[in-house]
Every structure is written in structure tokens, then in C-alpha cells.
Write a protein that binds this ligand. Structure first.
Ligand SMILES: [Zn+2]
Length: 414
């Protein structure tokens, strides 16, 4: 399986926006851009919303059939591990192998030493085309990186071989993700991780490192843009070099997780992938759920009422709802409007606070992040929520499509 050069991951918590999402891809095609859709959903999301991997496959296939999409598309088993992968085998053809939990735990001393000695050709000053200053690698520095990542990549190997075995010859793409760790990986780390991936014979087509800076859910990037730019470009150079050196798939590319709404990065990413002729995968998910809430609020009446109820519940269950996402949100409770105030808002006021328009002074990133992590509240509403999605389908779809097309796909790939 060879992934297309530009792929765009879309998550859809409640499985109603497949067509609206694909419409964004089709609009990109009309604008001359070849971007391929990936529908992604993690095991955690399936558990919270009570959907199954088959539901995501059905949604993707239905959207593709309804809109006459004839080109490649993928269904991503997002952030799976050895314990969760089996349920995704039939319905997915893209597997995001997540081994972040194993990062920092030591592999056997023998395998660490074997890896260090396999890297001996690269010790000393390592020049990588496109990177001005050579990396300085020593046996000790390689050993230190192996100490952090080798066990994790060995685990990725186990997961990959499990999928390979269960797939019985059917094609699939493999992504290795180490983004959900506490520290970012440097370009040198990435180089050595790719060497480990090659040694495990994983034909990885995308790699999701943790980049420098904050990738908070549903809001813009927070960090040093110049440093991000330098590291992102070095990562592209490292990948091109590793493909040649280690025999990894030529389609191997970077994957940007929590990639939605990072508007200040898109110009940088766009420029660098064009400059290097590199492929890219960007994964989004919750940004579509937020557009559902925006569409409901915009619809007024019962839709606006549901949006307000979600917020009121989110405020009263703040600790519970934010805890699982603590590392990827920065919400200042003092900046959250009181539920009683939100209760008085009309559609325009609610939409202005929530929609990701940084030029609008009423936009509130604390409000937005809190609703982002509160989809569980909507899930608990059951058919009342999904009936509202159906009742206001047109207005929601317009928001979902515009968000992905105008604010994401065109700035990133266009
Ligand atoms: Zn991720």
C-alpha cells in the first residue's frame, strides 16, 4: 500500500459529517489540489461515543458512494496498541500504531548495544543533505536515545506484525506515532527512531513525532515559530535521508497530530513541504465536532438550547471532562463565561465565542477548548443530540465543510 502524497485525516465523533467532510476534499480538488481523505477514530473515541470501528468504515464508504469519490481514501485505526488493534483489522486500512506509553522504558541491554553498534557508520559528524550543521553522534548519545525509544519501536514492530498476520495479504498503511509523550523529539531523535523502525522491518509510511511547542486541542499553536520552522524543515530532511539510508518506503512522510486549528503553523508547513517536495499527513478530529456545536447554535431554537446545555454541563463537570486531556489543553477557568451569562446569549453571541476566528474579539479560546473536550456530554444526550444533527444538517454541513476547506486544507496544502 502506498499512501498518496497529501492525506488529510478527519475525525467525526458522531458519524454524521462524512459527506460534509468529503465535500471539503472535493472543493480542494475543484481548486486543483490533490488531497486524499482519511477518516480516523481512536479506540478511546469509539468507547466514549459508543461506536464501533465498522461504523467508521460504513460512514466513509457511504460518503464516498454518495458523492462519487473515485480516488483513494483510507480508514485509520487511530492510536491503537496491541490490546486494541484486533477490533480494527477488518474495517481499517490505515493503522496509527501508538507506542508512546513505552517511551522512556528501557529495552534489553543486548538490543540497545546491538542498535548502538548498528549505528557505528553514523557516529561522529553526520551530514544530512539540507541541514547546515552536521549532527554530532556518539555511542553514548545513540545509547541515550535508544534507552528512550527502542522498546517503544520494538512494541511497534509487534503491533505491525500482528496486523500483517491478521490482514492475510490485504494491503494497509502503517503510521508510527510517538506524539503523546511529554517531551518533543528532536530531528536527531527522529533520525534514530527511523533507524529503529527500519530495523524492525516496519514499512512505515507516516511518522508522527511530538513537535516542539503546544498543540492544544482545537486552538492555535503556542510556541516558538522560528524553532518550529527549523525543526520541521530538519525533520523533512531527516526523513528524505532515512528513506535512502535505511530502505524505508519512499512514501514516508511526516504526520501532524492535533493538526487542526494550528493556523499560525500552516504557512510554515505549506512553504516547507513545497520547498522539499515532501508529502504530508495532517490529522484533525475534534474541530468537526466543534462545527456541529456551532451549526446547532447558529440554527437557534432547540439547536441553540442544546449548545448551551453542553456548555453548562461542561462547566459543572469541568474536572471530570478536562482530566483525560490535561496535557493537551490550557484552559483558564477565570476566562470562562458563567453558564448563566451564556444562557442569555443569542445565536450570534454563542457562535462568535466558539468559532475559530482570531480576528473576532468575542472569540474565546478557553470556551472553545472546554467544549472541545465535552463531546461526552453530547454522547450522553443520545438521540436528542443526533436528531438535532439531522434536523439542522444543512447549516451544520456548511460549517463543517467551510472549516476544513477554507481554514485547513487550502492554507496547509494549497
Ligand atoms: Zn496523536
Amino acid at each position: 500500500m502506498t499512501l498518496k502524497k497529501y492525506t488529510f485525516g478527519m475525525g467525526d465523533r458522531f458519524a454524521h459529517q462524512g459527506q460534509a467532510q468529503l465535500t471539503a476534499i472535493l472543493k480542494a480538488r475543484d481548486a486543483g489540489l490533490s488531497v486524499h481523505p482519511v477518516w480516523n477514530k481512536s479506540n478511546r473515541e469509539h468507547m466514549l461515543v459508543k461506536t464501533r470501528p465498522e461504523d467508521l468504515r460504513a460512514e466513509a464508504d457511504a460518503a464516498v458512494a454518495a458523492l462519487g469519490w473515485k480516488d483513494a481514501y483510507y480508514v485509520d485505526a487511530d492510536h491503537i496498541g496491541l490490546k486494541t488493534v484486533d477490533g480494527f483489522i477488518r474495517s481499517s486500512d490505515f493503522f496509527t500504531v501508538d507506542v508512546a506509553d513505552f517511551v522512556g522504558h528501557p529495552a534489553s541491554p543486548e538490543s540497545v548495544e546491538a542498535f548502538v553498534s548498528s549505528m557505528s557508520p553514523y557516529l561522529g559528524a553526520l551530514s544530512i543533505p539540507g541541514i547546515a550543521d552536521p549532527f554530532q553522534l556518539t555511542a553514548d548519545s545513540v545509547r541515550a536515545v535508544a534507552g528512550k525509544f527502542l522498546l517503544a519501536v520494538q512494541e511497534a514492530g509487534k503491533i505491525y506484525r500482528r496486523i500483517l498476520d491478521r490482514k492475510e495479504g490485504r494491503p494497509f498503511a502503517t503510521e508510527c506515532s510517538v506524539d503523546e509523550t511529554d517531551k518533543p523529539q528532536t530531528p536527531v531523535d527522529l533520525f534514530l527512531i527511523l533507524a529503529m523502525i527500519a530495523a524492525e522491518h516496519i514499512p512505515a509510511e507516516t511518522i508522527a513525532p511530538k513537535f516542539t511547542g503546544r498543540f492544544n486541542k482545537g486552538v492555535d499553536y503556542v510556541g516558538d515559530l522560528a524553532q518550529f520552522e527549523r525543526e520541521f524543515e530538519q525533520d523533512l530532511c531527516v526523513i528524505a535521508f532515512a528513506v535512502k539510508e535505511f530502505g524505508l518506503p519512499g512514501s514516508l512522510k511526516l504526520s501532524v497530530h492535533s493538526g487542526s486549528d494550528k493556523f499560525s503553523l500552516y504557512g510554515i508547513i505549506n512553504r516547507l513541504i513545497k520547498k522539499h517536495g515532501a508529502g504530508l499527513h495532517v490529522k484533525t478530529a475534534g474541530t468537526t465536532w466543534l462545527e456541529e456545536v456551532i451549526g446547532l447554535a447558529e440554527a437557534g431554537g432547540e439547536g441553540l438550547e442544546i449548545a448551551k446545555e453542553i456548555y453548562a454541563a461542561a462547566v459543572s463537570r469541568f474536572a471530570e471532562l478536562t482530566a483525560p486531556y490535561a496535557p493537551v489543553i490550557d484552559i483558564d477557568p477565570a476566562r470562562l463565561p458563567a453558564s448563566a451569562v451564556v444562557e442569555t446569549w443569542d445565536s450570534a453571541a454563542f457562535v462568535a465565542a466558539l468559532r475559530h476566528d482570531q480576528k473576532n474579539p468575542a472569540y474565546n479560546l478557553h470556551f472553545r477548548q472546554l467544549i472541545h473536550v465535552s463531546f461526552k456530554v453530547a454522547a450522553e444526550m443520545g438521540s436528542r443530540y443526533t436528531d438535532a444533527l439531522k434536523a439542522h444538517e444543512a447549516i451544520i454541513a456548511r460549517n463543517v465543510t467551510a472549516n476544513l476547506f477554507e481554514r485547513h486544507i487550502m492554507p496547509i496544502f494549497g
